[in-house]
Write a protein that binds this ligand. Structure first.
Ligand code: GLV
Ligand code: MN
Ligand code: MN
Ligand code: MN
Length: 396
């Protein structure tokens, strides 16, 4: 099975014929089909698959123990809504291809090598990214997660067994001595320096915040403009303020989801809920950014006769990847070392104390979380070779 064959097999799973975008939300038919593909590729290579209480799969070449820990690679197969083909799957397909390459080189690892498929990395169904790795590492307690609900009201506990049913919960973590996640780059830094592969230095701190704007529902025609308490107006001005604030400070602020109640063309809404995704180079800069947006939203609400309430749904601190490991991988090979603004399971494992590194594969346009996300096949193959070299280095 070549990289290209695996890529072609996985490509149609969850892809919309109309847009070319992917919808692989965890524990839905499309994502389960991708996990079945994962299981088949593991079986083809005689890897031993462990599935934990949260649905994460870890497949081993060799038999790790807490005293003989393995080197884990892999990524995720779930997608954002209308996502691209590469975010997640590139790391999983490359992992299988790297194992194949190592075997064709006749490499006999002295430490086990594993491939992970984490669940709900994107937080596209349940309202928290990296849910599978957070639960497996204990960074998120099951009792705080079991009642997380998707937009249809389905609870997480309805779709995964959880540690009550599976006391071995996530024992695989004790078998991991290092984690290396390969990922498509989600920006243009590698294109700018004209290199196919790079190593991550850190992940920017980032958070998801819900802003509830409330006003007075009213008639769109008969209500004079000066008599309105229109939360849509407050919301719209907040979007503009967030954009300006992020531009001025060199940070990132995005409203990518909004709900309007009741949502009538001929009615002023009573409530608008917008979700802010904010990211910044330091925790202080993130706090300053969100505070500034909240303050401007409040000022605008006062002017509009509306109200706004901000709730932090999740905040992820800065991740500094293992600097010695990054140097060990990057220096001899001349790979650039760069920060990323995207969250990853690698950040969670790093936070749990696992020595962790990330490899990025060039994305010429930087477009991601979009059907246009792309990496040329030559760069993907360079990524496979880079990953194989890293695994060989760490499992020798
Ligand atoms: C995940 O990809 C994120 O950073 O939002
Ligand atoms: Mn990803
Ligand atoms: Mn993503
Ligand atoms: Mn991600």
């Amino acid at each position: 099975m070549t990289f290209e064959q695996m890529w072609a097999d996985l490509a149609p799973v969850g892809r919309s014929d109309a847009t070319g975008g992917y919808l692989r939300q965890p524990f839905t038919a499309a994502e389960e089909e991708a996990q079945a593909w994962f299981a088949a590729e593991c079986a083809r290579r005689d890897l031993t698959v462990v599935t934990d209480a949260f649905g994460n799969h870890v497949a081993w070449w060799g038999s790790p123990t807490p005293d003989d820990r393995g080197v884990l690679t892999g990524s995720h197969l779930d997608s954002v809504r209308q996502g691209g083909a590469y975010d997640g799957p590139l790391g999983v397909v490359s992992a299988f291809a790297a194992v194949d390459l190592l075997r064709s080189r006749g490499f006999e690892p002295s430490r086990p090598i594993g491939i992970a498929s984490f669940r709900e990395e994107e937080g596209s169904r349940f309202p928290l990214a990296c849910l599978g790795s957070r639960l497996a590492t204990g960074i998120l307690a099951w009792d705080d997660a079991r009642e997380l609900r998707d937009r249809d009201g389905v609870a997480l506990a309805d779709v995964v067994p959880g540690p009550d049913a599976r006391p071995d919960a996530a024992g695989w973590l004790d078998h991991v001595g290092a984690f290396v996640e390969l990922h498509v780059e989600q920006g243009r830094a590698l294109a700018d320096v004209d290199r196919p592969v790079g190593v991550a230095s850190m992940i920017w701190p980032h958070g998801r915040y819900r802003l509830d704007f409330t006003g007075r529902p009213d008639h769109a025609g008969t209500t004079r403009m000066e008599d309105r308490h229109d939360p849509m107006l407050t919301y719209a001005m907040t979007v503009l303020a967030a954009n300006k604030q992020a531009r001025l400070s060199g940070q990132r602020a995005t409203f990518g989801r909004v709900e309007v109640d009741p949502g009538s063309t001929n009615g002023i809404p009573g409530r608008v809920t917008g979700w802010l995704d904010a990211r910044a180079e330091s925790p202080e800069a993130l706090e300053a950014l969100v505070d500034a947006i909240a303050r401007q939203a409040g000022d605008r609400a006062d002017r509009d006769g509306t109200a706004v309430r901000l709730t932090a749904e999740s905040v992820s601190g800065a991740v500094s990847f293992d600097a010695a490991l990054a140097r060990r991988l990057a220096e001899p090979r001349g790979w650039p070392v760069l920060p990323t603004q995207a969250g990853h399971d690698a950040g969670i494992l790093s936070g749990a104390g696992v020595p962790t590194a990330m490899l990025f594969v060039r994305n010429p346009t930087g477009v991601s979380h979009s059907p246009e996300e792309h990496a040329p096949v030559e760069d993907c193959l360079a990524g496979v070779e880079a990953l194989a070299d890293v695994l060989e280095d760490l499992a020798r």
